[in-house]
Design a protein around this ligand. Sequence first.
Ligand SMILES: [Zn+2]
Ligand SMILES: [Zn+2]
Length: 284
Amino acid sequence: MSDLSRLEKWVKDHPFLHELAQLEKVIWETQAGFSVPEPVLPDWAVVEEDYRRGMPLLRSEKINLPVATPAGELTAQLIRNCTVGDVPLELRQACETMAGFFAANTDPGRQVAAKLLQDDLPGIDALATAGGVNPGLLYFFGWTALRRVLTPYLAAFDAWRDDDVWQRGYCPGCGALPVMAQLTKRGKGKERLLVCNCCGLKWGYPRIVCPYCATDDQYKLAILEPEEEEHFRLDVCKNCQSYIKTYKKDGNEAVALADWATLHLDVLGRERGYKKMGSSLLAL
Ligand SMILES: [Zn+2]
Ligand SMILES: [Zn+2]
């Protein structure tokens, strides 16, 4: 089954996600039609020391990946395609405003990508104010484009890095907090991976430790099992009042590990009094 048919099946079972799925389809089509430049891979050894002391790759001053320009182009394409695609009306109108801003200025897409790479969120806000556009949408489309353009670099970085050295609650690629986790088969048992919603990296993390406050107090950690989603659960922490959505299976990752696809589980977490702590792109 292709990712697209899995997406369609998911929406059939979760009709309230129809509009977000339409947006996701436009994103997938645009990403698929974009040719990502051949990566010029650095020698990862230059970031070894930074990596060992917990510095995410994109935050390291030792490295400067040439991704801002292509990510900027892809950001502009995504926004343009959302003005004509079958996406929710309100979003289409916001994208029209953004497309106007992009057409009238010198390369705002590249600026968005550069600011995201530097984690300069006030810079994104300033850019959004100058263009009269929604900063949350710049952030969303900017990361969506960067994730695609970074893929070959992060795949190589992931192959190089030692997961056992990291063991931190934030992403080794970009430093964001995870919004999803996955319990994946490893040997005879299961390993817990945390999933970055921004750059898309996954990394290993102990199963009985809160990724947000690092408590390993078993009396503070609990599991909520949603009635209608047998393949998912929420791992909650009573120390920092957080939850993380967890996919308990392998397969269908393109849908199951996407934040938007399990928004109903966020509702459950909130209803039980827990907070979403991860770096979500959906808080628009
Ligand atoms: Zn990341
Ligand atoms: Zn916690």
